[in-house]
Structures are given as structure tokens and as C-alpha cells.
Ligand binder design. Structure first.
Ligand code: SF4
Ligand code: SF4
Length: 425
């Protein structure tokens, strides 16, 4: 911890205020993760990472910077990590998932901005997150209005590059996105001082495809009725993937998947499948350390078996075609893969509804919980068509809205409990 304090001080952090976060995090980790019974042994890696989340990985990033590498901070699964890795850059997620950062965000943003954006801005301006201090450059994207305006504010404090994500998925939009990726690659070359060649980009595409495949193996295991892993543990694995070295992440996810496959063979689940309802969660992403909904659901007689969200299936579904041999072909292959993601910022966005129905069937769920963060107009508006489609498919659904505060936890517990009781009946 002494070394961490030295590192945080050198990063220019508000160490005194940051201590308040450090004091509550171990209790939260203990309550949400360590209290679970019969967890997969391979979760020891993620337990270690989360118990020193502001120490271990930040120290690695600083070491890499000393060796000449540049760190790119990102906020969205549309930013193509392949391009950054091809230039020997490092990607780290920056989305804020704690109420702790919200008040500092509210100093410069309207209160009716979603908590994810407020927390992200607050983490930077309040100087209470090492990742926000370490990143050499932030990469934003034109997905929702809240983020676009927040990037203007962040841009006054830090080097900020914004990618113009299309809002539709016609061929001209995909072509535009390919050009946008090519333009971004020039910026990445400028920041890193390294040239992106077809060979290097091919390697980066392969590295990230391997990570996607490893994460997909873990999710594949969650389809089993044996339920070899809790939703909380799977969510933690996904959240940390945004920060971790991609090769190590692949190795750890494969190690976890090996154990889960063995558990399925031995019928060794974390819950009793006969009495535990299986839930798919859809909606806004859950940035670390937002474990609120999973924790309530899994301590109310159900298990989360799938997340249709960016901290879930959208992060690993669909591979980039690896057959491209020129940068032009590779940028197009990357563009096509990322445009298969179905964020609510797109119109029309029927693909997301198809995904929810497909995943509900693949993961053999008993019900769906559609939850958005307060003031996220995009996901809130999509609730109606989601509900209509689920009703037509005869899949029970519960609509929820929440934020990062604990004040609504009991109310959520009551509504979720009633939903699970209804599923049991
Ligand atoms: S929900 Fe949309 S804007 Fe948010 S991270 Fe996902 S793709 Fe990006
Ligand atoms: S949760 Fe909604 S409002 Fe918040 S950043 Fe994501 S898309 Fe934007």
C-alpha cells in the first residue's frame, strides 16, 4: 500500500479523498465476491486484481510508459483496440462505475446526466482514479449526447480524440466507419511514433480474436443448466478484461473456461438448478465497481446467466475476419465487425431485440431484466420494443431503472423478489 500511495502521489491524485474509496472497496469485494460459496478456483486471479485494482495494473501501465509505450483510455466498445495494439499502444477502459465519483462530475455536468458519464468525468476532474491520470490520451466516440458533451469538458483537461461513430448501419455508414478507423490509425501512429503495418495489424486482430474466443468459452459454459459460475463472477471477469493485458486476459479466461467445462461434466454448479431461476440482464453497461444489480438478483433466489450489454456479450461476440492482407482490407474487416454491435445509439436498432431473444433462448433463461441507468434516454426508450418482443416470445420481463446510489437497493430487492416469485409460480 505504501508503494501505491507513492505512485498515486506522483500521479497527482487527491490521495486523501481517494482513501475514502479505498476504505469501502474491500468491504464491497468481500460482500459481493468472497462471501459466495463453491466459486471456481480460477477466480483467484480476478480476486487478486480487484482487491488491488488501483495498484497492480496502474503500476504495470506506468512501467510500460517508462519503456516508451503509450496508454489510450477508452469509454466504449466501438473504439477498435486492434489499431492501438498494432502500434504497440496499450488500451485501458475508463468508464466510471461508482457513486464515489458522481459528485465531482456534477460540478460541471447537469444533474440529469447518466451516472456513468458523471462518474467518468468526476474520476478525472476529482483526480481520484489512477487510470484517468495515467492515460496519455483519451479516445471518445459520438455515441450518445451525454458522452459527446462530456468529451468537450474532458478535452479541456486532457488530450482527447473523438471518433465519429455512425448512427445507422447502411453500406455508406460502414464505409464511413472504415475511413474513420483509417483516420484514427494516423492519430495512433502520431501518438505512439510507431507505424501500423498489415503484419502488425494482422497480429493485433488475432490477439483480440483470441481474447473474444476465450471469453466466449466462459459464456458458453454459462449456457449450461449446471450453472458453473455466478453472474457476479462472470461480470467481474468481463469488467477486468477492459483493463487487462489482452494476452494475459485470454490465458486467464481459458483457464477459467477449462475449469467451468470440468464442473459441467461433474455436475458441480454454484446453485441448485432445480430451485434457482435463470436471468438474462439487458440494458446499459455496468462499469467496475457496479455490481449492484447482479448482487441483488443473486441474493434473491436467482442467477444471472447472461448480460446482453457492452460489459457482456457485445464485448466478445463476432470475430474480425483475419484474411485481410492490406491495411485497406483490414480496416474494412474491423469496421464490419464493430458495426455488428447493437448499441441503442443506432437507428433502427432491431438487431438488439433479435440478440435479446436469441440469447434468452441460448442461455435457457426463465426471465429477462431490462435495466437502464437513470437519465439514459436511449436505453430507456428501447424498453418498449424490447418488452413487446419479449411478450410476443412469451419470455417474462421486468423493467428497472437505477443509478449508482444504494438508496433504492431495498426497493429493487422487493421488485426483483416479486419477479422471481412470479417466475417460480
Ligand atoms: S452502450 Fe453504447 S455508448 Fe455505451 S459503451 Fe456500449 S456501445 Fe458504447
Ligand atoms: S448509459 Fe446511456 S446515457 Fe450513459 S453513456 Fe451509456 S448510452 Fe450514454
Amino acid at each position: 500500500m505504501t508503494d501505491n500511495v507513492k505512485m498515486w502521489t506522483e500521479l497527482g491524485m487527491d490521495v486523501e479523498n481517494h482513501d475514502n474509496l479505498c476504505q469501502v472497496l474491500p468491504t464491497a469485494v468481500g460482500d459481493v465476491f468472497l462471501s459466495q460459496e463453491n466459486r471456481p478456483k480460477a477466480m483467484d486471479f480476478w480476486d487478486m486484481v480487484i482487491s488491488d485494482v488501483h495498484g497492480i495494473r496502474p503500476a504495470e501501465l506506468i512501467e510500460a510508459q517508462k519503456n516508451g509505450q503509450k496508454v489510450f483510455g477508452t469509454f466504449c466498445v466501438y473504439v477498435p483496440d486492434e489499431v492501438i495494439i498494432a502500434a504497440n499502444g496499450i488500451v485501458t477502459g475508463l468508464c466510471g462505475g461508482s457513486q464515489f465519483w458522481v459528485p465531482d462530475g456534477e460540478k460541471v455536468l447537469p444533474k440529469n446526466t447518466c451516472p456513468l458519464v458523471k462518474a467518468s468525468v468526476g474520476a478525472r476532474l476529482g483526480r481520484t482514479c489512477p487510470f484517468f491520470r495515467i492515460a496519455d490520451i483519451y479516445v471518445g466516440e459520438t455515441t450518445c449526447d451525454a458522452k459527446k458533451k462530456a468529451y468537450e469538458i474532458l478535452g479541456e483537461d486532457v488530450d482527447m480524440y473523438v471518433m465519429n461513430v455512425p448512427q445507422m448501419k447502411r453500406d455508406i455508414d460502414i464505409a464511413h466507419w472504415k475511413d474513420e478507423i483509417a483516420t484514427f490509425s494516423k492519430k495512433v501512429e502520431e501518438v505512439t511514433g510507431n507505424e501500423i503495418t498489415p503484419e502488425k495489424l494482422g497480429e493485433a486482430i488475432h490477439i483480440l480474436n483470441e481474447r473474444r474466443k476465450a471469453m466466449a468459452r466462459v459464456y458458453e459454459a454459462r449456457k449450461s443448466k449446471v450453472a458453473p459460475i455466478s453472474g457476479r463472477d462472470a461480470l467481474l471477469m468481463t469488467q477486468i478484461a477492459f483493463f487487462d493485458d489482452p494476452v494475459r486476459c485470454t490465458e486467464m479466461c481459458n483457464r477459467l473456461a477449462d475449469e467451468l467445462e470440468e464442473r459441467i461434466e461433474n455436475n458441480n454448479g454454484v446453485v441448485d438448478p432445480k430451485t434457482t431461476k435463470r436471468i438474462l440482464i439487458t440494458g446499459t453497461p455496468m462499469a467496475v465497481p457496479n455490481w449492484k444489480l447482479h448482487n441483488i438478483i443473486e441474493t434473491s433466489g436467482a442467477i444471472v446467466v447472461c448480460e446482453e450489454m457492452c460489459t457482456g456479450t457485445r464485448y466478445f461476440e463476432h470475430l474480425v475476419d483475419e484474411s485481410g492482407t492490406t491495411l485497406d482490407e483490414q480496416y474494412m474487416n474491423i469496421a464490419k465487425r464493430y458495426m455488428k454491435n447493437n448499441c441503442a445509439c443506432f437507428t433502427p436498432n432491431g438487431g438488439r431485440i433479435d440478440d435479446i431473444i436469441r440469447l434468452a433462448k441460448e442461455y435457457q433463461v426463465d426471465g429477462v431484466i431490462d435495466c437502464n441507468l437513470k437519465f439514459c434516454c436511449l436505453y430507456d426508450t428501447e424498453k418498449l420494443p424490447v418488452k413487446k418482443a419479449l411478450n410476443e416470445a412469451d419470455i417474462p420481463v421486468l423493467d428497472l431503472e437505477t443509478d449508482y446510489e444504494d438508496s433504492d437497493a431495498e426497493q429493487l430487492r422487493t421488485r426483483i423478489g416479486a419477479f422471481i416469485e412470479m417466475l417460480n409460480a
